[in-house]
Design a protein around this ligand. Structure first.
Ligand code: UD1
Length: 352
């Protein structure tokens, strides 16, 4: 059986790392990188650190408007699929690479498997939500990270080919956190002691492309008395250039970090502030309180367990959460048991 797996953006490299390893033991996997993320610290570092095989194809699509980026991917992915004639196309998550991969495959009558199916924010202003909904409706195999995702699909009439497998991102944390603890030098290089700082990331369009939101978030963290470690996504850096900001002496701004440094910076922080879906979960897995800079989340279990609080881009709410949010809730196995990659491989194998 031949599987074409499609990745393109940071979180997909992380999701592919544990699964690709398992798939290659049983199947012929062809890896396609769309080139959506292309800076060395947004792409190459993940392949190196996580031991992801060199992509068989790099489509070099790069940045652009949604239509332009997705359209170019569609054209190039179709060429690869016509040449490789796979039995299955596997896509991850909710990016433009995901929708392009699933649409190209479905139109060629190639079966589609979606890892992280059924996640919903119910906010159709988010490009990710549109990508997920369409991808799920095109997919034949839908691997859900949580039981909530299974229910979300059911409400949309999707019940065939749906499996609760747990989250491959949990597999990845369990597999790599020890390596990070042993090899990461990030705390030393930033001269940081454990539990003396907050870790912040911002990259979502709703926060970066809305200058009011971006300003509110940055002012809120600048006004706090905490030291803030803030790796900056290229889109955010670009948008920050265009707005007037207060002085930011307590904020350590830096280039985006690789996966291992990211895990270590989360684990050793007092709290995380983020609008990333992946980092909300990583904070939960590493038992660090998370303040989410969005109005809603796909990962509602983290909020129900009270390890995550939604504050949007509201300056006051952000400051209150920085000062007062102290989770004491217990955690459960909402995201599976760390063997999602084995389960997904077995399901594909049993069906082939
Ligand atoms: C994408 C995903 C988002 C995911 C995120 C992870 C979509 C719609 N969004 O958002 O769901 O959480 O990846 O990071 O697919 N840029 C660079 N170098 C790079 C990559 C991007 O400079 O290597 C800059 C470009 O100016 C680009 C902008 O960042 O226009 C945005 O990149 P893009 O891939 O379009 O979306 P992300 O914001 O990264």
């Amino acid at each position: 059986m031949k599987i074409v797996s499609i990745v393109g953006a940071r979180p997909q490299f992380v999701k592919a790392a544990p699964l690709s390893k398992k798939l290659r033991k049983k199947f012929n996997e062809v890896l396609v990188h769309t080139g959506q993320h292309y800076d060395p610290n947004m792409s190459e570092i993940f392949f190196k650190e996580l031991g992801i095989p060199e992509p068989d194809y790099n489509l070099g699509v790069g940045s652009g408007s949604h239509g332009e980026q997705t359209g170019k991917m569609l054209i190039e992915i179709e060429k690869v699929l016509l040449k490789e004639k796979p039995d299955l196309v596997l896509v991850y998550g909710d990016t433009n690479s995901t929708i392009a991969g699933s649409l190209a495959a479905a139109k060629l009558h190639i079966k589609v498997a979606h890892v992280e199916a059924g996640a919903r924010s119910f906010n159709r202003q988010m490009p990710e939500e549109l990508n997920r909904v369409v991808t799920d409706h095109l997919s034949n195999l839908l691997f859900c990270a949580t039981k909530t995702s299974v229910v979300n699909l059911k409400k949309e009439g999707i019940t065939r080919g749906v499996y609760f497998t747990g989250d491959v991102m949990y597999d990845a944390v369990l597999q790599f956190v020890d390596q990070g603890r042993k090899t990461s030098k990030i705390l030393e290089s930033l001269n940081l002691k454990s539990k003396t700082y907050l870790y912040a990331t911002v990259h979502r369009a709703e926060n970066t492309d809305n200058s009011e939101n971006l300003k509110n978030i940055i002012s809120a963290i600048a006004e706090s008395s905490e030291k803030i470690i803030f790796p900056i996504h290229p889109r955010t850096r670009k948008m920050m250039g265009g707005i007037e900001l207060p002085s930011l002496p307590n904020i350590k701004m830096m280039e985006p970090v690789g996966y291992l440094d990211n895990l270590i910076l989360i684990e050793n922080s007092n709290k995380v502030l983020t609008d990333s879906g992946g980092i909300q979960k990583e904070a939960y897995f590493l038992k660090v309180p998370c303040i989410t800079l969005r109005e809603e989340t796909e990962w509602v279990e983290t909020v129900e367990d009270r390890w995550n609080i939604l504050v949007g881009a509201d300056n006051k709410k952000i400051q209150q959460a920085i000062d007062k949010f102290e989770p004491k809730g217990k955690q459960s196995d909402h995201f599976g048991d760390g063997t999602a990659s084995d389960k997904i491989t077995k399901i594909i194998s049993d069906l082939s």
